[in-house]
Design a binder for this molecule. Sequence first.
Ligand code: SF4
Ligand code: SF4
Length: 433
Amino acid sequence: MQTRFSPEQLADPDTLTSESVVRRCVHCGFCNATCPTYALLGDELDSPRGRIVQIKEMLERDAVPTVETVRHVDRCLSCLACETTCPSGVSYRRLVDHARAYIEARYRRPPGERLTRALLAAVLPYRRRFAIAVRLGRLMRPLAPLVERVPGLGPAAAEMLRLSAAPTAAVAQPVAVVDRPVRRVALLEGCVEPVVGGQVQAATRRLLARMGCEVVAVPRAGCCGALSHHLGREGQALAFMRANVDRWSEAIDAGVDAIVVTASGCGTMLKDYGHLLRSDERYAERARRVAARVRDISELAAELGLPAATLEDAPAIAYHATCSLQHGQRIRDVPKHLLEAAGFRVSLPTEAHLCCGSAGTYNILQPAIARRLGARKAAALDAAAPAAIASGNIGCMAQIARFTATPVVHTVELLDWATGGPKPPALDTHGDG
Ligand code: SF4
Ligand code: SF4
C-alpha cells in the first residue's frame, strides 16, 4: 500500500515502523477471513484491512482521531489472527499498538469511558489492589443489573462485577527443593493470575520441580505491562517493563536461564520487550536479553520432556489455543501434543483460530462483542462433550467459564495431575474424572 508520510513524520521511530508495516500490505483481504470482529459484524471498517487504511490515514494526516476511527480501533481484540493469516507478513500488532497510543494521546473520550479506563489502569496491574477489587466486586455483584443502567459507565462497570465471580484459588505455594537442578528458572507471577488462579502457579511449581528445575524467586518483579500497553498508556507500560528488565537482569546475572510464563498474554508481551524498548539506550540490550529467555510453560515442558504419566483413564479434554499462544507466539500444537503425551484424549474446536473475547480488558470495554465471542467459543469446545476444557491463559479461562458448565482448567494443571500432582480443583468441584 502506498504511503504519504513526510520526512519529519518518519523521524519518529513508531511512525517509521508503522509506515513499513503499511507498505507491506497489498490489500488482498485474506486476513478478513479470520478476523473475529469482521466475522461478527461483517463491516470492512471492522476488518484488519479496513483498520490498516483508517490508521494509515489518521497517522499520515497527523489528524485528531475521529469518533469512527476510535470505535473501529477499539473494537479490535489485538488477537493477531490477521498476522497468522497474512501471506505478506504484515506485522499488524505494530500498527494497532501505535494507533492505540496515538489515540490515547490525542483523543478525548467521553467521561464514563475515561473513568473506566483510568480505573482499569489503576487497579488491574497491581496485585494487592486487584485482590481488594475482586473481594469488593463479589459483595456488590447482586447490584450489577442496577449498575448497568448508569449512563456511560454502566455496561463496563456491570461487566467488571460479573467477572469478579471467577473463583479465586489462593493456594499456598510449596517450596520445591531440587537436588541437582537441570535448569534454574524464574516464574512470572504477574498481577491477575496469583489472585484468581493460584492453583495454576502451584501446579507449575510442582511440574517444574518434577522436570528437574529449581524455581528462583525474583522479588519485586511485577505486571508485564500488557494491560497498560493495550490501553494505549505507554508511559505506564514502559515503567513496568523497565522495572522488570532491572529485576530479571539481576536474576539472569545470578544464573537464571529461563523466565517461565503461565499466562500466555503476558508471555507475548515479555517476548516483545526487545522491540518495545528498542529506542531506550539504557534498556534496549538488556530488554533483548530478557526477552530471549522467556518461555511459555508448554515450550519448556516440550524442551525438557514431560515426566512419565501416571494417570489411569485420563479424561477427554477440549483444548482452546489462546490467541496469544497461537498467533502472538506461534505456539500452536505444542500444548495439545503435551496433553496427548500425558494420556488425555484431546479435541480441538471448529474455528480454533477465533478469539474467545477475553483479550485483556476487552471483555470489560466491549462487553457485547466479547459475550458473542465467548458463547461461540464455549459452544464449539463443548461440541465434543469433553470432561474439561484446557487453555493457557487465566483471562481466557475466566471468559470461557462464563459460558459453559464444563470445568475450565489451565493446561499445566492437567500436565501436573497426569504426572503425579493433585487433581485440578475445578475438576474436583465438578465431581468429574
Ligand atoms: S492479508 Fe496481509 S496483505 Fe492482505 S490485506 Fe490483510 S494485512 Fe494486507
Ligand atoms: S487483531 Fe484480531 S480483531 Fe484485530 S484486526 Fe486482527 S484479526 Fe481482527
